[in-house]
Design a protein. Structure first.
Length: 192
């Protein structure tokens, strides 16, 4: 260090000072600045404070980085890019939208919507008149059933009816004949 005695006050020129290194000319540095370099006292508590301060900022930065990473990982993937030539663009119109869907498989009705209606007798389905899913009314015939035993019983009943009608006609004719005989006998008695 060199002492500059050109000024009225004592000033010390410090070649290590930033001002001295910045300019080519010697700059004057006051005594307080010089004392700071000459009389440094070791203060480990300040150094520990600085280290703690830097460590705190480092921890905060690490937590923010981890939070940002978790946030980015939870984001939904971006919409896929589509060629402009494959997209149809148009003006939106209000109205019904018809959507046709085709697929393989079979439709199965919901279990809670199915109603099983048992037949009164055992029989075989001969013909289905209404397809599944069609609207029906209470008097709509859905299918024709056949039971050979019931068919035989119906034919026997029809023959029995025809026999009873024939017997009725015979009895009627006989009674009419008997009535005529009674009337002729009554007329003979009155004439005698």
């Amino acid at each position: 260090m060199k002492v500059d005695s050109q000024n009225e006050m004592d000033f010390v020129v410090d070649p290590r000072s930033p001002c001295f290194l910045r300019h080519r000319k010697f700059r004057v540095v006051d005594r307080l600045h010089t004392q700071r370099f000459e009389m440094d006292i070791a203060r480990p508590d300040i150094k520990r404070g600085i280290v703690r301060h830097r460590l705190g900022w480092l921890i905060v930065a690490a937590v923010l980085l981890a939070a940002a990473t978790v946030f980015v990982m939870r984001l939904k993937p971006a919409a896929p890019e589509v060629d402009r030539s494959t997209v149809w663009t148009d003006v939106v119109h209000r109205g019904n939208m018809v959507r046709q869907v085709r697929g393989l498989g079979s439709l199965v009705p919901r279990e809670d919507r199915m109603r099983l209606i048992p037949a009164e007798t055992d029989s075989t389905v001969v013909r289905i008149l209404v397809l599944p899913g069609a609207l029906v009314k209470p008097d709509t015939i859905i299918m024709e059933l056949a039971n050979p035993q019931l068919t035989q019983e119906a034919q026997d009943a029809a023959l029995g009816l025809n026999e009873a009608e024939a017997d009725f006609q015979n009895t009627r004719v006989k009674l009419q004949g008997d009535l005529m005989d009674q009337k002729s006998n009554a007329a003979d008695i009155k004439t005698h």
